[in-house]
Structures are given as C-alpha cells and as structure tokens.
Design a protein around this ligand. Structure first.
Ligand code: ATP
Ligand code: MG
Length: 405
C-alpha cells in the first residue's frame, strides 16, 4: 500500500456515504474497498460520478447487513446498496473464467483477495483500490500510468483482448475521455486483433463509440480508431471507408449529433440505415432526422426563421453544434433569434383546427388541414402574417383561392 490522501473523504458527497457502507461491512468482519473508475478519477482530480465497492463478503451476507439492497446481479456477485439515497454497486471479489463467444465469461467465480479481483480488470489505471482512509492498493502500477498518462493493459494485451475484444474499444474511448496515450505495444495488438470486434453486440460497440466521439480528446480517439483499423469493423464505416477519416471541427456530444455529422459526410447512407445498423433508439433517429433536415435547409436557403422554428428549442443547440462541426460559422446567435420568434409551436396560432374547418365547411377532412395550418405557421414565423385571428383568416382564404385557382 502507498500514499495517504489528505482529502477529507467523510465530507465528500459520494465518498462519505461509500465509507459508511465500507465501515458497516468491516464491522461485520468483511473487507471492502473503493475500486475502479472512482479511484482513477479521484487521482486525476476529476469529478467522481459513482463509487463502486469490492468486498470479500458474498452477496447474501451483504444483503443481511443492509436494509436497502437491490439484488441486481447476484450470480455475478453484485448487489446495489442504498445509502443516504445514493446507490453503490457492491461486488464480491471475483475473477472470470474463459470468455465464450467473446461476449460473456463462461463462469464467474469468487476469490479471496482484492489483488486477485484487481487482476481481472482491463487497464492498470482501472485496477486500483482505495481504503476508506485513502490508502491505495496498486499492484499493477496504475498510479504511475496515470502520472504518465498512459493506457496499459493488466497483463498481456493479446490475452486480455482475446478474452474480451470490447477492451480495445474501451482503450480508445478512455484516450478520448482522458487525453491519455495508448501504449505502443497495446496499439500494435489492437491493430492485429481489431477484427474480433465483429463478435460483439452492436449495442456495446455503439455505447463505446459514442463516448469516444464525445470525449474532450475526441481527435485523439478518432485518429486511433482510424490508425488501428478499428473503424473497418464498425457498422456503416466498414463499407463507407472515407467517412472514417473525417474529423468533426468541434466535439459532438451524442449519437444524434454524430449521426447528423456523418450523414453530411456520406449523404448516400440515409439516417434510417445508420439507425438500423447501429441499433439506435427512435428518439436518437428522430432528432438526427430533424437536425439533418435543418442542415440541408440551411445549405439551400440559409438561416431562415422557419428553419429555427422547425428545430424547436430542444434540438437547436445540437444543430448549432453540428453546423460548427461541419465548419459553418454562425454569424448571428441563432438561439437568441429563436427566442424572439413570434410563435414556437402550432398551438400558439390564434386559429385552431375547428375554426379552420368552419372556413371551408363543404370540404372533406383530409391532409389539407395539416398543410394549411403549417402554411399559417410558416407565414407567421417568417413575418408575412400577424398572429391575429382576422389576419390569419384573410391569409388562409387568399392561399386557398390561389391553390383552387
Ligand atoms: P466510467 O467513468 O466510464 O464509468 P469506469 O472505469 O468506471 O469508467 P465502467 O465501465 O463503469 O468503467 O467499469 C468499472 C470498472 O470495471 C472499470 O474501472 C474496470 O476496472 C472494470 N471493467 C469494466 N469493464 C471491463 C472489461 N470489459 N474488462 C475488464 N474490466 C472491466
Ligand atoms: Mg463506472
């Protein structure tokens, strides 16, 4: 063990309650440590998002100690302990047997020491544990790797990537999130073994890819993805090789922004195909379609008020970000301009569907209703008609006269 930290853990919003959980386990004769990402982020001086705890006790024993426990993965040794309205994953020291089909370890078995538990972890910076007093257990020199900003595997990279190829993606995404360099020997093995990624589920790849593109050092991460040949094993990129080399000019923050960016790079692949091949959610696809449509509208007609209206408040910031990633300078502040639009939704129109129908009583209901209401919205948004009932009626009757004539 080394180092004793000066931080007052008990006062910390997450470490404080985590230490209470650890103390309760120790009072029942067990060992427990904070492990993994929280130790890494703490040493980096970064915000700690959650604290995972590793323990010598079995899940059933943990369930007997605490009142509020959620048995989320007892077969893997994991339960969630609720403490001060926060959740802590408490996992029994374990190791993993051979990975079947590259996806799941064929068996998880419990072990007796924290060092054994740390040895199954992916990278040296993720394989450290910390006592409630801030002492570090660091059998693989993770602290040194953090100091040198290096990503090294615990043990042979070849074996570790064979066991679980997702670790290759994780190495690249951590480089993008932390700005760390992947050690040359690890990079070599990723180049050799990148084809193993095809065995993984698309959902797992998609989650890592999103974090890689969204990291502060995304250029580093994307350059690694291209340089190691990993891109060639990712959906869509495997067939559209020129997309792989395109770097967004600013950081993209989520899948819908990424999809909108890459769709502009390879317009031949519809948003739908990206969504299907990467198994993205309907809300991601919807947002990407909205943003992509607005990018297209901008290219054809510039920054009009109706374009801002169609984006709506929710997607506007994402659209601005995607535009910047594509190299467009936004001369005026579109967010301010959006706020000052006369209306922001169809329901704010001072003419509703019933009133519109009464204007054309002889006409059968149909898609003309939506078209007329949208035309009204557009004319109000663009300042061609005032949002007052009489004006709207005059405007729509004139539109109808032109259409019928
Ligand atoms: P993040 O801030 O993204 O959550 P993290 O390091 O906490 O980073 P998690 O995916 O939450 O990452 O995993 C928690 C810990 O479990 C890791 O720090 C690592 O020790 C271990 N781990 C996670 N995934 C793997 C894996 N595929 N192979 C080996 N160890 C892993
Ligand atoms: Mg985590």
């Amino acid at each position: 063990m080394s180092r004793c930290c000066t931080v007052n853990f008990k006062e910390h919003a997450l470490f404080g309650p985590a230490i209470e959980v650890i103390s309760a386990i120790e009072n029942h004769g067990g060992e427990a440590f904070m492990v993994g990402g929280c130790v890494r982020d703490f040493l980096l001086g970064q915000e700690v998002k959650d604290v995972d705890i590793a323990t010598s006790l079995r899940p059933e024993e943990i369930m007997n100690i605490f009142d509020k426990v959620i048995p989320v993965g007892i077969e893997h040794g994991t339960v969630i302990v609720r403490q001060r309205s926060l959740s802590f994953e408490v996992t029994t020291y374990r190791m993993e047997e051979d990975y079947e089909d590259y996806r799941h370890p064929s068996q998880v078995y419990f072990v007796s020491s924290i060092e054994q538990d740390l040895s199954r972890r992916d990278f040296t910076m993720n394989a450290m544990a910390m006592t409630s007093g801030g002492k570090l257990i660091d059998p693989f020199s993770g602290e040194e790797a953090i100091r040198e900003k290096k990503i090294e595997t615990v043990g042979s990279p070849s074996d570790r990537f064979e066991e679980d190829p997702l670790r290759m993606m994780r190495a690249l995404r951590f480089s993008s999130q932390l700005g760390f360099t992947v050690s040359p020997s690890v990079l070599e093995v990723i180049k050799e073994k990148s084809s193993l990624l095809q065995h993984l589920s698309v959902e797992r790849l998609a989650a890592e890819f999103e974090k890689t593109v969204a990291g502060p050092w995304y250029r580093k991460g994307l350059n690694y993805l291209a340089g190691t040949g990993v891109f060639a094993h990712l959906p869509v990129f495997c067939t559209c090789t020129d997309a792989a080399g395109r770097l967004p000019l600013v950081r993209l923050r989520d899948w819908s922004e990424m999809l909108s960016f890459y769709h502009q790079q390879i317009p031949g692949v519809p948003v739908e195909d990206w969504g299907r091949k990467w198994k993205l959610s309907n809300s991601t696809k919807k947002k990407a379609r909205n943003i992509s449509g607005a990018v297209q509208m901008y290219k054809e007609r510039g920054l009009g008020d109706y374009l801002l209206y169609t984006l709506g408040g929710a997607d506007l910031y994402s659209w601005v970000n995607v535009m910047r990633s594509l190299g467009y300078e936004m001369e005026t502040d579109p967010v301010e301009r959006y706020r000052s639009l006369p209306i922001h939704s169809r329901s704010e129109l001072h003419l509703d569907t019933e009133e519109l129908l009464q204007l054309f009583p002889e006409r059968k209901k149909g898609k003309w209703i939506g078209e007329y209401l949208n035309a009204l919205v557009q004319s109000v948004v663009e300042g061609n008609c005032v949002n007052e009932k009489d004006e709207l009626i005059k405007w729509i009757i004139e539109l109808d006269r032109q259409r019928q004539g």
